[in-house]
Design a protein around this ligand. Sequence first.
Ligand code: HEC
Length: 115
Amino acid sequence: MPDLRFLGMAALAAILIAPSAGLAQEETPESLPDFAGRDETFGYCIGCHSMKVVSRQGMERSRWDETLNWMTEKHGMPAPDADMRKTLLDYLAQAFPPKAPSQGGGWVNPFAPKP
Ligand code: HEC
């Protein structure tokens, strides 16, 4: 017969610890670059994955456009209507543009002619 008081304490501890563990991972729109369409984009993408998956990419608008198709066709994202698509693309292209080597971190071809 297990000690029921101990089980009760363990259950209470789990209840107390669980919400704070969840909170540590919570993402908010405010953690993203501040451009028009931020909240809409956050709301659209966060349903399936962290915005870190998005923000570690840096792409041209046309590549973001392809990404939206990819999310829709391969992953079952609800297709955005024309207005929403524009909002998402405007935001993504501004907030996560292709990373220029001058922003640091990017790979630079050592053989490229100096500007
Ligand atoms: C219905 C679910 C769903 C929604 C909504 C969704 N995605 Fe995804 N997305 C996925 C899945 C699943 C993956 C993992 C794909 C893989 O790497 O196989 C993914 C991966 C990605 C990646 C990573 C690609 C890489 O090369 O690592 C990017 C970028 C991305 N999504 C962008 C977006 C953007 C932007 C939105 C919002 C406009 C969005 N996704 C909304 C399901 C979704």
